[in-house]
Write a protein that binds this ligand. Structure first.
Ligand code: ADP
Ligand code: MN
Ligand code: MN
Ligand code: MN
Ligand code: MN
Length: 335
């Protein structure tokens, strides 16, 4: 019996990598990751190799069901050089310390985008819809645009076994969010990338593009898109101490540049100090503060300073592998 394995990888485009994939037919496939063979692709078509020596290797690292196709699987892959070493573009392989004691909840925001008008769903061909206010968590055709896509995506993610925790309409027209929770940097990154892949593919059915840019409406008075990174480790989950939280939060201060470097392209357009963000040049934290770099959820304080933190700076186009790896590194610097 033939199975369809969709091998998914990240291309070599800078500064933002995109998803690529192709289908491999396997006969009598077990459904297990260890039975997914290595494969290859033309790296000269993805900015990952010169034409004269174009083969790059796909190494399967995560597998789940593909609910949209018959007898099918989604296989997330790392890209290797022909000699088996990780390709430069392979952020996953460059995770230094994939500590599963670190839990991540990523809030992935994005715009549903009309490729013909080059505007978000809900934007008229000329001019603008009414200003921000009614769209967040809205219901009804006046304010909520594209729900069928969002619902289909949620169902497909759950059927695939991804750990989606919720969805909501966002502050701008045509803007939505899903949240995924996972343990460890690799697992969290794999799940976000596969969920992004599924959303892209569902969009095709509706001729709707997914706009991952963090500020697709530029300097206009519309929110940008983030990928807030909620995180915790045993220390944060069981601290029972404001002092411990302060220590961890202060560890982020001297490495603002290192974090911003992996928090997504064009983030200066989004981290302006307006639209529920902190300025890209500042570092701040505060309880319940959505204008801070890192928010301390009220819940964490109410539980007597045990819980998690929310780094609000990563943007919608950031690579979750790199974001998670950097957070682990900084938090561990105080252990
Ligand atoms: P917001 O109020 O910022 O919109 P959301 O409800 O969208 O918050 O997202 C909160 C995220 O926090 C969820 O993805 C959830 O998985 C995550 N989260 C909750 N508890 C923890 C924890 N202990 N460690 C890491 N992430 C957590
Ligand atoms: Mn060919
Ligand atoms: Mn949210
Ligand atoms: Mn949000
Ligand atoms: Mn948030």
């Amino acid at each position: 019996m033939a199975s369809k394995l969709e091998y998914i990888w990240l291309d070599g485009y800078k500064p933002t990598q995109s998803l690529r994939s192709k289908t491999k037919i396997e006969h009598n496939f077990s459904g297990k990751l260890e039975d997914c063979p290595l494969w290859n692709f033309d790296g000269s078509s993805t900015e990952q190799a010169p034409g004269g020596s174009s083969d790059c290797v796909l190494k399967p690292v995560f597998i789940c069901k593909d609910p949209q196709r018959k007898k099918a699987y989604l296989v997330m892959c790392e890209v290797l050089n022909p000699d088996g070493t990780p390709h430069d573009s392979n952020g996953r392989a460059h995770i230094e310390d994939d500590d599963n004691d670190f839990w991540f909840g990523f809030e992935q925001e994005y715009f549903l985008w009309n490729p013909e008008t080059n505007k978000p769903l809900g934007f008229p061909d000329n001019g603008y819809p009414v200003p921000q206010g009614p769209y967040y968590c809205s219901v009804g055709a006046k304010n909520a645009y594209g729900r069928r896509i969002v619902e289909e995506h949620l169902d497909v993610c759950l059927e695939a076994g991804l750990n989606v925790e919720g969805i909501n309409a966002e502050v701008a027209a045509g803007q939505w969010e899903f949240q995924i929770f996972a343990k460890g940097a690799k697992e969290a990154g794999d799940q976000i990338w596969v969920a992004r892949y599924l959303l892209e593919r569902i969009g095709e059915e509706y001729n709707v593009a997914i706009n991952w840019h963090c500020k697709p409406l530029g300097t206009l008075d519309w929110n940008g898109s983030g990928m807030h990174a909620n995180f915790s480790n045993t220390l944060l989950r069981t601290a029972a101490s404001q002092e411990t939280y302060t220590k961890v939060l202060e560890a982020f201060r001297p490495v603002v540049k290192e974090h911003i470097e992996v928090y997504g392209a064009d983030n200066h357009m989004r981290l302006t100090g307006k639209h529920e963000t902190a300025s890209i040049n500042d570092y701040s934290y505060g309880v319940s503060d959505r204008g801070a770099s890192i928010r301390i959820p009220l819940f964490t304080v109410q539980k007597g300073w045990s819980g998690y933190l929310e780094d609000r700076r990563p943007n919608s186009a950031a690579d979750p592998y790199k974001v998670a790896a950097r957070i682990i590194k900084t938090v561990k610097s105080v252990l």
